[in-house]
Design a protein around this ligand. Structure first.
Ligand SMILES: Nc1ncnc2c1ncn2[C@@H]1O[C@H](COP(=O)(O)OP(=O)(O)O)[C@@H](O)[C@H]1O
Ligand SMILES: O=P(O)(O)OC[C@H](O)CO
Length: 493
């Protein structure tokens, strides 16, 4: 059983030994935008919807808890939940990874010269994206929070930790290496919470969960939840789980997930590679007594930009329709959309950037804007890819893709044309959930080895690049100019 707690929806997928999906249930939950740039979730709703889909998936097969080999949890990363140890109640809404409320505090940390120290220890760039400054914000702004934390009565968790806490009836407070590595509090070399950073941000160590491998027997679920206990045997951040589900087990293997945002990860084996080009160094997973590292480029707006076309501009009825309209025109007519609605992530890291559309003419129509939005996703991925090749000094063999928006054939072909590499889409694009199931299944012996898992992996379609160097160069130049314009507009900050 994979519990996949995403940014906009929670899913439960049951897989059989062949890695085939036998049951799937999905539920969207409420997004709160209390101020511009702020994003929150209700932690209790994250739990209730996750629990509801787990029950629903089991009902589809009439399954009992005792028939489930194990649970693997995978989650939107960095999102920060703080709750009262004694009541189990969150003291504030979950502050979502996309939330920019700590931009000024991050700026202050950078101005005080902490950038190198944080990067060396955590592999991360100081940014509101990560959990650390969100925890700090809660402690500073929620009444009584600081006092309760100092008394040892507050617990922090990312969504994996929260779900394990709820699944065990409030008994177990843990996380895994991959999630810990996204907090900006975890030393990715010593594999311990970093006391210097905790002191700097004034966060008591008593709030933090124990850190465990990603494939590991964590606990048993509370007996009453699923009519029998189930072993929780895996946990990993969703992007790392997708890397695992895509069988990117070797150094140099790369995957990109096209969901709400885009996240490209390259496995760098047992060596943490430090980036000189705006990427993050992160832990891929902990398994068999050691950790593997990855380079990551995080793009905040991908599928969410298509939702913007649908929900705010009302140019399309469904995300799926974007492909139909984009292919009604030959190109974007010189129009570029930079969907930096919540700032720019890798490799630019500008939390103040906001979205822009450039190159508008009297002839620009709805199809051009839709096409430019889809293309913007591929351009952002290409920016990250260029940085990754420079940092890793490894030429890209192929790009494995997954996530809801990778079903858009137009966008995948454009991606291949722009990055001049084959783009491979697997038969099962639910690789995040699959990765979590594999991690759990390996821990309980449901699958014996990573070779067994590789044997189950199949490519459904490979998009090969149409090479037109003149067109590609012109398009990339237009894109880079548009990004520059979005950045120039932030200069008052
Ligand atoms: N055919 C499509 N073309 C473009 N975008 C799509 C398409 N289908 C889904 N999407 C986008 O993909 C995202 C959903 O993917 P998913 O992997 O479920 O995201 P998440 O796990 O981040 O919630 C949505 O933002 C949606 O707009
Ligand atoms: O919910 P997703 O799939 O968009 O993933 C969110 C990431 O984990 C944020 O770092």
């Amino acid at each position: 059983m994979a519990l996949d707690a995403g940014t906009t929806s929670n899913r439960c997928i049951l897989f059989n030994e062949k890695g085939k999906i036998c049951a799937l249930s999905k539920k969207e939950f409420t997004q709160y935008f209390p101020k511009p740039g702020w994003v929150e979730h209700d932690a209790n709703e994250i739990w209730s919807s996750q629990y509801a889909v787990a029950r629903e998936a089991m009902k589809q097969l009439n399954a009992k808890g005792s028939q489930i080999a194990g649970i693997g949890i995978t989650n939107q990363r960095e999102t920060t939940i703080v709750w009262d140890r004694t009541t189990g109640e969150p003291i504030y809404r979950a502050i979502v990874w996309q939330c920019r409320r700590t931009s000024d505090y991050c700026k202050e940390l950078k101005e005080k010269g902490y950038t190198d120290m944080i990067k060396e220890k955590t592999g991360l760039i100081i940014d509101p994206y990560f959990s650390a400054t969100k925890i700090h914000w809660i402690l500073e702004n929620v009444p009584e929070a600081r006092k309760k934390a100092n008394e040892g009565n507050l617990l922090f968790g990312t969504v994996d930790t929260w779900l394990i806490w709820k699944l065990t009836g409030g008994k177990v407070h843990v996380t895994d290496y991959s999630n810990a590595s996204r907090t900006m509090l975890f030393n990715i070399h010593t594999l311990k919470w970093d006391q210097d950073i905790l002191n700097l941000l004034d966060i008591p160590a008593s709030m933090l969960p124990e850190v465990r491998p990603s494939s590991y027997i964590y606990a048993q679920t509370d007996y009453h939840l699923f009519d029998g206990s189930i072993t929780i045997a895996g946990a990993a951040g969703d992007q790392q789980a997708a890397l695992f589900g895509q069988t990117c087990f070797n150094a140099g293997d790369v995957k990109n997930t096209y969901g709400t945002g885009c996240f490209m990860l390259m496995n760098t084996g047992d060596t943490p590679v430090s980036s000189d080009h705006g990427l993050l160094t992160t832990i891929a997973w902990g398994i068999d007594g050691k950790v593997q590292y990855a380079l990551e480029g995080s793009v905040y707006m991908a599928g969410a930009a298509i939702q913007w076309l649908r929900d705010e501009l009302k140019l399309i009825d469904t995300s799926y329709d974007s492909e139909y309209f984009a292919t009604k025109v030959e190109d974007t007519n010189g129009c570029y959309v930079v969907p930096s609605f919540t700032g720019l992530g890798a490799p630019y890291w500008n939390p103040y950037a906001r979205g822009i559309i450039t190159g508008l003419t009297r002839g620009t129509n709805k199809c051009h804007i839709i096409r430019a939005t889809l293309e913007s996703i591929a351009y952002q991925v290409n920016d990250v890819l260029e940085a990754m090749v420079l940092d890793s000094k490894i030429d890209l063999r192929s790009l494995k893709v997954d996530g809801g928006a990778c079903l858009n054939d137009f966008m995948m072909q454009f991606q291949s044309d722009i990055c001049l590499a084959p783009v491979q889409r697997p038969a099962c694009v639910e690789t995040t959930a699959m990765g979590a199931a594999y991690l759990a299944g390996l821990a309980v012996g449901y699958w014996r080895s990573m070779d067994d898992i590789c044997a189950q992996y199949h490519i459904e379609h490979t998009f090969t690049p149409n090479k037109n160097e003149e067109k590609r160069t012109r398009r990339l130049k237009g894109w880079k100019k548009a990004v520059k314009a979005a950045i120039i507009l932030t200069e008052d900050n």
